[in-house]
Design a protein around this ligand. Sequence first.
Ligand code: GUN
Length: 291
Amino acid sequence: MQILDGQMASQAIRDALKMEVAQLIAEGKKIPHLAAVLVGNHGASETYVGAKVKACAEIGYRSTLIRFEEDISENKLLNEIENLNNDPGVDGILVQLPLPKQVSDEKVINAIQVSKDVDGFHPISIGRMVQGQPSFIPATPHGIMLLLEHYKIDTRGMHAVVIGRSNIVGRPISILLSSNSQPGNCTVTICHSHTHNLKEICLQADLIVAALGKPEFLRADMVKEGVIIIDVGITRVPDPSKKSGFAIKGDVKFDEVSPKCSYITPVPRGVGPMTIAALMKNTLKACQENN
Ligand code: GUN
């Protein structure tokens, strides 16, 4: 069993990006600038956006964090997106999800200029990705593909089972794994809350992406020997022994499942850091294409 160390792979990518920034500076070119929009005081969102801003600083990008109260109106947020679209200094725009209920995720995502859509959530970005055209790939699935690439895992011909069908992870990773690419070329099954025979399907999988958001859902009796496991779960569960009062749990019962795996991502230090690395790559791409 080999651990897929997302922290290490992410660091390698961020180190390479740091060198690209040094090159941009030497050539007198524009430094990438990410604008991150955070609404409310959602604990997990604070952590994720904080990590994204910190990664920008480490690599040498500019970043701007724009915060709004939970009760912001949809129009005000849409106006802010318009300002960021029109600001030539801003290369990438990221609106952290979830948004409060009075604001439509769909309207906000659709308002982001496609050339600045570093999260890759705009329907045009998704449409391009589905057709294999150049596009921004959503950060978490992009990070998973980068991790498989980093470890030179040949996924060709594998049966990949994706548990979860969210727009952010499940659907896009199913498209990428089925693409004619390396990594890719998998036969993909998408499972969700209405799937009848989930256990039987998982037992047939060579590769499982667990992205359903239920802590320790995937158990040893649901996987075959030699399986590759990508655990996308990051749920906070109460843990009085921790200073923060919570522990982070993946969607996989790691201690039980890992002995059966050929490769497995841990939580934390697995997919999470890869998401950041992928967003940073997208931000450099946006800067290069827009300037
Ligand atoms: N919420 C959960 N994952 C993500 C992500 O990758 N990007 C944004 N913007 N919000 C998220």
